[in-house]
Write a protein that binds this ligand. Sequence first.
Ligand SMILES: Cc1cc2nc3c(=O)[nH]c(=O)nc-3n(C[C@H](O)[C@H](O)[C@H](O)COP(=O)(O)O)c2cc1C
Length: 171
Amino acid sequence: MATIFTIPGSLRSGSSNHNILKFLGTLVPDGINYTIYDSLATIPPFDPGLDNDTTPQPVAELHRLITNADAIIICTPEYAFGVPGQLKNALDWLVSSGTLVDKPVALITASSSGEYAHPSLLRTLGALSANVIEEACLLVPFIRARIQDGVLDDELKEQLESAFESLLKAL
Ligand SMILES: Cc1cc2nc3c(=O)[nH]c(=O)nc-3n(C[C@H](O)[C@H](O)[C@H](O)COP(=O)(O)O)c2cc1C
């Protein structure tokens, strides 16, 4: 069974990015396993000195989950004109392992603006040699106005449906 593994960049309870990933979960066809990662906060600060056979357990588990996945969705806000620290930290742990190499990845940046984090993450994913599926990537500004009580507006749903379709084609 194919697996899509998704990583929310926000740790906030009630996060818009979590809501987007939950919505995408409703689009998953039969025969595909869909998981939302809920352990980003357990990843320790990146230490290149430990990035070997002493890899911390949460990092080893993240490697395993990504290795076993057929496609990845990263869905994140921007903080202080940059990538949320906890997400960048996790990605730094993935550099030497090569777990993202050639892996189909969709990047969704849903934020007030997101104009800095989105291209920055695309560069990082390039450094990780991920197979970024351009048609599956989306920058969604003004996100707080587009989700009310956890419900996405219709235009956002359509944009996400189209992006998700492109990711499924890449599977
Ligand atoms: C400390 C902080 C800094 C922020 N900085 C930015 C920013 O630089 N650019 C931006 O687009 N949004 C920024 N935001 C707004 C977030 O994009 C917004 O709160 C978004 O809803 C967070 O995503 P979430 O709902 O998934 O938690 C910031 C929010 C916080 C709390």
